[in-house]
Design a protein around this ligand. Sequence first.
Ligand code: DC
Length: 218
Amino acid sequence: MKIAIDGPAGAGKSTIARLLARKTGYIYIDTGAMYRALTWKALQNNININSGEDLERLARETKIEFQYSLEDQKTICDGRDVSQEIRSPEVNAAVSVVAAYSGIRSIMVKLQQQMARNHSVVMDGRDIGECVLPDADYKFYLTASIEERARRRQKELLASGYDAEYDDIKNEIVARDLNDASREVGALKVLPDSIVIDTSECHVGEVLDKMLEIMKGT
Ligand code: DC
């Protein structure tokens, strides 16, 4: 079983995907964390993020994995747990630039397809339904109002120890969405077979129930 969850930043994808994976027993793959881990490494190593060539070289020599436990999932980059670091404002600001390179995307997409090959998975990102799992059993597209998404991101950042102004977060999300939706390859979009769910007014549990209902009913 392959479940794709796409949508803009702050739509609730990772929370929902994690819960859905727990409920179904499938493996959760957070593809955003992979782009974030590469971006984190590039910033650490002073790699010019405006050079696709340098980034591709870096991507080829970087090992990104997930470590699963009952409570959570860790993102491991070259053997180091970077789960916290990849949520920093610096990574937030740079990640959609890194993710826009088609060379980087094809490396990541291959890796994500390998991870899904022998497992039932819930995978979230931007291009999962279109590029990574085009044959997914379900393609959900989660969205929410920009105000709600900015509020959620602010809460998430605060929980990770980063203080940030609501307006700055909102502007950053708008810029990132624009980048993610306007690139040539793997752009964020609603597909003809997407099941669109607006999470603005819904509690997490309600969204999850809605998805489980859809999966049961088909
Ligand atoms: O879901 P997120 O906010 O952690 O994603 C971080 C960035 O990575 C986001 O700006 C878009 C990019 N991304 C992508 O281009 N393709 C994916 N499959 C997942 C994330």
